[in-house]
Design a protein around this ligand. Structure first.
Ligand code: SF4
Ligand code: SF4
Length: 180
């Protein structure tokens, strides 16, 4: 009996050593395959984020803060505000993703976020952005935003001038009508 147990105890290590059966993985060099429904670190498309802050407002753990990021679209995101996520508090519920009106935030498949300090697990737009504009594209978009704003201001001025002229003419004719 004892002999049989001893053989059994040795047979498994012998089997794993000779047949290369995988017992443990050398993390992080070898990652396990993640299931399709895995919710990992968020991915942000900074080219379409409008900076509305809905993701931050809906987060039940208040782990999203809106911060400045210079590689977004100034035409769509005038204040250039993008989400920064504190993964020390995030529970990966996905509510922020569901709430995003332009679908620029999604749960990604990256799960490695370890760091040496507390601040290392607070990830800003630079880390989260999987899509962003280059500095040249941003300056072109900024020029376009300025041009549109100038056009709007000029149109507003013209409309105000025309409105003032019409009002003046109406007052004048009312005066003339009263005198007759
Ligand atoms: S996944 Fe949930 S907890 Fe994490 S940032 Fe989004 S809303 Fe907040
Ligand atoms: S990620 Fe979506 S919800 Fe959050 S600020 Fe950008 S557009 Fe709004």
């Amino acid at each position: 009996m004892l002999k049989r147990m001893m053989i059994k105890n040795f047979s498994w290590p012998l089997k794993t050593a000779t047949q290369e059966i995988e017992i443990t993985r050398l993390y992080p060099e070898r990652m396990m395959e993640l299931p399709a429904a895995e919710r990992g670190i968020h991915e942000l498309d900074a080219t379409i984020c409008i900076g509305c802050g809905s993701c931050a407002r809906v987060c039940p753990n208040s782990c999203i803060e809106m911060v400045h990021y210079k590689f977004g679209n100034p035409l769509k995101n005038k204040k250039m505000q993008f989400p920064q996520i504190d993964f020390g508090r995030c529970m990966f519920c996905g509510l922020c993703v569901d709430e995003c009106p332009v679908e620029c935030l999604k749960m990604g498949k990256k799960v490695v976020m370890a760091g040496w300090e507390r601040k290392d697990i607070v990830k800003g737009p630079e880390f989260l952005a999987t899509k962003k504009f280059s500095a040249k594209e941003v300056s072109d978009l900024e020029a376009e935003a300025k041009r549109i704003a100038a056009e709007k201001a000029a149109a507003k001025k013209t409309a105000a001038k025309e409105g003032g002229a019409k009002e003046g003419a109406a007052k004048k004719s009312a005066k003339e009508g009263g005198a007759a």
